[in-house]
Design a protein around this ligand. Sequence first.
Ligand SMILES: [Zn+2]
Length: 205
Amino acid sequence: MDKFESIAEFTKLRQECVFCKTPMRVHLTNFVGLTDTGLAVINAPLKNDRFEFKIEHTTPSFKINANVFIDAGTNTLIFDNFTNGELPSIDEYVVKQTFEDYRPHIELYCPSKKCGLSYHLVGQSIRLVKVHPVAGMWTIQPFGLSIEAARVKSYVIHNDWHNKKSFIYSRNNEEAKPIQVALVDFTTMDKQKLITRIQTIVTFS
Ligand SMILES: [Zn+2]
């Protein structure tokens, strides 16, 4: 699978929505599942080629606060001012592990309510590698596209380009097995065609 050398490269993958041509927005978020009930711990918009956010994480044995700065162009991440509230300093590898455990990823998404298809592209989870001698500074490993997705009413369509398949999930029943079909190529259809296609598939399967 193709990997992108930097976040900035990944954002060039799709600059406008395939359905409504609205410019795609970029944010860094974490995996919360298909429904709206999950709460994103991280939800940082890309501004001036940077993401800035805080992580606050409590476990029975420790508590972490850290400021996080990510430069999308140079593909570097900095953990700053990290503490566990009890010790004056906490190992940056613990902070790094906590961050990775959230399964953080870059998402490109169509923000148009009028479009209504929530077209989005999800990058693979961010992994960090320590190449900088500077304390708190990490490099983001190249990552690929995880899924291309859209919503039609209560259904979510996940496109797996690697295996040329689409998976249709019901948001009303996240536990149900998705319906698996040959790849639904969004670039070859408009909004109405997609809606008709998905409704036909879910009706007859
Ligand atoms: Zn759109």
